[in-house]
Design a protein around this ligand. Structure first.
Ligand SMILES: Cc1cc2nc3c(=O)[nH]c(=O)nc-3n(C[C@H](O)[C@H](O)[C@H](O)COP(=O)(O)O)c2cc1C
Length: 251
């Protein structure tokens, strides 16, 4: 096993941090890694906004459903899908843009790039001994997040990431069996036996973990999470429209 693999396979989300600040030089390396990541046509549709001010960290903790982890983290990065720069480029070239950006595939492009960027930031941060946790709840009060971050049109907040030195050791969460997520040549939909196997592993993990131990398994977790009416982030469609990212003529 090499060092990179060691870092990747040791991943676990960290939600409690020490008081130690994240050194500027390390944050710079993390952003360098993000910028070096693959992206669509080298058009680089991601922006990252760092929030470090204590009061503003508290504000974002509130906006993200009262997640104290954000208030406590030394750095909270917000990853945005960003078509503002490409809009400027089109303007520069005297070319229309609005109809282009509101094509549904651009949502996929933006989400892809943010995912790649955030994954890269997690790996880079963990390589320095830092802990992280992604925060999807940045989309909970999506309209206020846009205001708070001063986002221009065509910039959409997609994910947050808390970074800090770990003050907890939650351990590694077991994942699905490989055969349930990796296929050769063709997908195999006959997954129930593998899910049943994972349910046992997950139930044992939940029961035995030293923090927040509870009864349950993975299929229960999934069913609970997607229980109707499912509406985790109801402001997202309005925020996408406001940012010019979505039109009712979406194609
Ligand atoms: C897109 C995304 C959004 C997430 N949002 C949150 C969040 O809002 N709050 C939180 O505590 N964890 C959040 N997480 C962390 C996941 O719960 C965590 O990665 C998952 O349970 C696996 O655990 P592990 O990272 O410790 O292996 C998020 C993860 C991802 C990838």
């Amino acid at each position: 096993m090499n060092e990179v693999m060691n870092t990747l396979l040791s991943h676990r989300s960290i939600r409690i941090y020490t008081e130690q600040p994240v050194e500027e030089a390390i944050l710079e390396q993390i952003i360098k890694a993000v910028q070096a990541a693959p992206n669509w046509v080298n058009l680089q549709h991601v922006s990252v906004i760092a929030v470090k001010d204590k009061e503003r960290l508290g504000k974002f903790a509130e906006l993200c459903g009262g997640q104290g982890t954000i208030a406590q983290a030394p750095v909270f990065l917000i990853f945005c899908a960003d078509f503002y720069r490409t809009w400027l480029a089109c303007q520069e070239q005297g070319q229309a843009f609005d109809e282009t950006v509101s094509q549904i595939d651009n949502l996929i492009v933006g989400a892809n790039e943010v995912g790649i960027a955030l994954g890269t930031a997690v790996a880079a941060a963990e390589s320095f001994g830092l802990g992280t946790v992604p925060i999807g709840d940045i989309r909970l009060h999506a309209l206020e997040a846009v205001e708070e971050l001063n986002l221009p049109p065509y910039v959409v907040p997609m994910l947050g990431l808390c970074i800090g030195y770990p003050a907890e050791e939650p351990g590694i969460k077991p994942r699905l069996p490989k055969d349930a997520v990796y296929f050769e040549e063709r997908y195999n939909p006959d997954l129930q036996p593998l899910l049943a196997q994972y349910d046992e592993t997950y139930a044992r993990y939940l029961k035995e973990r030293p923090w927040n131990n509870r009864v349950g398994n993975w299929t229960q977790l999934a069913a609970d999470f997607y229980r109707a009416p499912y509406s985790h982030y109801p402001e997202v469609p309005q925020m996408l429209r406001r940012q010019g990212f979505w039109s009712d003529r979406l194609t």
